[in-house]
Design a protein around this ligand. Structure first.
Ligand code: 1HE
Length: 263
């Protein structure tokens, strides 16, 4: 990972089989300039085989202020602007379709392109300081990082329209209720929680995690008949792997942990 030529706005470290990436431009509230977006793509394209999960978080008091508005101030070339948005798409595509699950820690402002970035990760852990906004309307621009595809799938078209038309912001608690984050934790606890969850996911069978990341979203968007068929293929692929067979034997021969619940 360290050999990657990342911009200084991205800091990559490792903890065992978890790769940790920090947005590191706190003086600009982790606003995403072109070098950072390209760096995100490079990082997720180049994940080492030994990495089993990624944790993404932000330095300073905000996760991300979204698009660095300086990158589009003065835009007048239509073709260039389309390509600029597509550059974001490619980067966030690498995250959504990463080989391993991506956990994001959200705190402070998670706005515009910052929310688009968060929406491309799989598990979002919000600290109670997090708030969400889509201020594109106020700036005279539009979503450009895949947010119009991903964010309505999390919270629905009406709420996205409300946020964009009226400037409505959502609190961390509302984000949890409406489906932006799966977890809500106290200030400063997000990274620890994300690491704990990432370690759990990293301990799953590789093929199951692959299916969770790649088959479930496909199936959810398919017609049910195609979905059932794809599911049957994926189930057969997963259960016939040597890793699955070993894990099944471990359970049947009382070597595996039981499933318990604790509030
Ligand atoms: C920036 C940006 C930015 C901060 N681009 N420079 N995003 C927005 O519309 C959000 C705009 N930002 C804010 O509303 C606020 O900065 C925050 C609420 C996030 C943080 O407030 P605060 O008081 O902690 O910081 P600040 O003093 O406003 O900002 C610190 C510096 O960061 C300051 O620069 P400085 O040179 O005066 O120190 C700000 O100008 C700079 N800064 N945010 C550029 N976004 C793919 S399409 C996606 C479309 C969008 O993302 S639209 C949403 C854009």
């Amino acid at each position: 990972m360290s050999s990657l030529d990342l911009p200084k706005t991205l800091q990559a470290t490792r903890d065992g089989n978890i790769a940790i990436l920090r947005l590191s431009r706190p003086e600009k509230r982790n606003a995403l300039d072109d070098d950072t977006v390209k760096g995100l793509r490079l990082f997720f394209m180049s994940l080492d085989e030994s990495v089993r999960a990624v944790v993404l978080h932000g330095e300073g008091s905000h996760f991300s202020a979204g698009l660095d508005l300086g990158e589009v101030a003065g835009a007048s070339d239509l073709h260039h602007s389309i390509l600029h948005s597509q550059m974001w798409h490619r980067a966030f595509h690498e995250i959504q379709f990463a080989r391993v699950p991506v956990f994001s820690v959200l705190h402070g402002a998670v706005v515009g392109g910052g929310l688009e970035l968060a929406a491309s990760t799989h598990i979002r852990i919000a600290e109670s300081s997090a708030y969400y906004a889509l201020p594109e309307g106020q700036r005279g621009i539009f979503l450009g990082g895949g947010g119009s595809v991903r964010i309505p799938r999390l919270i629905g078209v009406p709420l996205v329209q409300d946020m964009m038309l009226t400037g409505r912001t959502l609190s961390a608690q509302e984000g949890l209720t409406y489906g932006i984050s799966q977890y809500l934790v106290a200030p400063g606890e997000g990274l620890t929680k994300a690491m704990e969850l990432a370690r759990k996911a990293a301990g799953n069978a590789l093929m199951t995690n692959f299916a969770v990341l790649h088959a479930i979203p496909q199936i959810a968007e398919s017609n049910p008949a195609a979905g059932y068929f794809t599911e049957s293929l994926m189930a057969a692929i997963a259960e016939t792997t040597p890793e699955a067979q070993q894990r099944l034997r471990d359970f049947l021969e009382k070597r595996a942990a039981k499933i318990t619940h604790r509030d």
